[in-house]
Write a protein that binds this ligand. Sequence first.
Ligand SMILES: Nc1ncnc2c1ncn2[C@@H]1O[C@H](COP(=O)(O)OP(=O)(O)OP(=O)(O)O)[C@@H](O)[C@H]1O
Ligand SMILES: [Mg+2]
Length: 583
Amino acid sequence: MVFLCSSEKDLTTNTADFKVVAAIDIGSTSSWYASSKTDTFKTDPLDIRIDKSWMVGRSSYFPTKTATCILMKGDGSFKSLGHEAQEEYADIILNDEAKHYLFFDKFKMALYNNENISKEMMIKDVKGREKKAVDVFSLFIVELMKLVMKNYQEFEFNDIQWVLTVPSVWSDKAKEFMRHCAERIGVRGYRLIIALEPDAVSVYFQYLHTLKPTVVPKLDRRYMVVDIGGGTVDITAHEKTDDGDLIELCKSTGNDVGGSEVDYQFLALFRQIVNDRVMNTLLTDDRYIDSYFDILREIEKCKRNILASDNNKLHFRIPFSNLDTLCRDYNNKSLSETIASSKYSEKISLKGEHMSFLRSILLSLFAPVGDRISKEIRKVIEKDLQINMILLAGGLSKSPLIVKNIEDSFKGMKIIKLPEEYPADLAVVTGAVLYGHRPHFITSRITEYTYGRLMQPEFETEKHDPAKLITINGIDHCKDVFEILVPKNTRVNVNKKIRKEYKGMHKSQKEIRIAVYTTKKNQVDYVDDPECKLFCEVLVPLSESADKTRCVIVDFIFGKTEFLVEAFEKKTKLQYNVSVELK
Ligand SMILES: Nc1ncnc2c1ncn2[C@@H]1O[C@H](COP(=O)(O)OP(=O)(O)OP(=O)(O)O)[C@@H](O)[C@H]1O
Ligand SMILES: [Mg+2]
């Protein structure tokens, strides 16, 4: 049993009637799940079940999550996922059976900064073969759900509250896409919560500092959360209110920089040593797939152990025989001669199956990545939110080099990272379980855009542009008017309803269509302003009514992780099944 002080009394109350909350975190590089029973949450919120991800057979580190990749049979059915899929696929290639399989690797990044996300969108596997993105994501999610369910055989699928995490910088369309994937598997409506990754981290830190004060020191009232993962850095800023709730202080920001960027730096170094053609062949030619995976695994190991000893030289295991062959083919030199003639001849040597690097060379690979992360953090600091504390999470925050870069860039600020026993790359998924039990922890969010609806009010000569005049049924109207629903940079409470009334035109009117626009500006007059974009079309299907001029109440709901619309008939309170099509 956990005892809580009065200001924290609400930490163990939850309102849902679910038996279990399970969260799935699909990361750019690695993914995993976590869960806890509602009963357990009430007595010990931090007693969260995290299965051990299976060991990576051919490598020598023990990941906390599994790789974000999936192997499918040619008919699209499931073969394996994660590290197991990587190893199976390497064997498949060596057995020349690749044409019978599809292998999707690091597929989450397909949704990052993509303007064309749709249910029909295709993504390519490593060989360029296409498959619907929803099929790939849904299969991956459902297979992780099956692993969750194995732990709860006494419960039904419907007893579980599912939480899917997404980067806070993802577009609404990307979030809608994830919801659609879950719906295809049968997780509908309120049974799925879309949680923002840095929000989950913030909630995790709140629980930790309350329940394990020796693990995480007292948190400032205001702080920034920086989740540095494999593909993205995702930043948000929160304040804890006197009521013990969390409110968002600024819109989340971030960029596509993370641990994978360090990998690219390593690979770029290899390119400089052995040349592009050798590396391209190694990375793309099936005969060398095993060597390619070996290099990636060695990079992973090196990233983790780079400061483990203070030896001036670091030994990097390489696929010697293949690299040597390719160097002889393309450079007319052995690998050893290639290194000797490179600009690194003084700093790198070959010792059997290992390349020995001067440590300073490898250390320098982290600097550009740390700098880019610090640049993103600085953008939030410049907002002058009186923040003096940065909470770090995500796999790359385990790198002392990256942490040092952040500490050096923000001297005087308190930089808090998780101790080793609380793996930083599991902070998102663990926090998402807590958030799923208590989604009302975060009570307000900041709007990123100005939201408005398209209107055609009666024409007012002194107010409207004459070019916008149209006449409907003999009455002058102004077309294309942008009527603000919520201005940008506004703090809105979660579930904030902006209520509008729509009048029916005739008895058999079948629907009301509403166009919602967004702009990065504070205000635009008309929706055809170049900086205004159609955000979504809302369709309210109407049933036959005896009332010709029935009044329909439409609630535009803000402050949640997703934009929602509800509608009902004012007189009868009849709820309509609204659909929102994001553009
Ligand atoms: N001890 C460590 N030292 C350095 N880097 C590490 C360490 N542990 C993990 N990483 C790196 O962290 C990254 C993965 O972090 P994480 O699992 O948080 O990312 P993700 O969730 O897959 O990605 P994202 O959150 O960007 O979608 C990888 O690039 C990995 O190499
Ligand atoms: Mg992550």
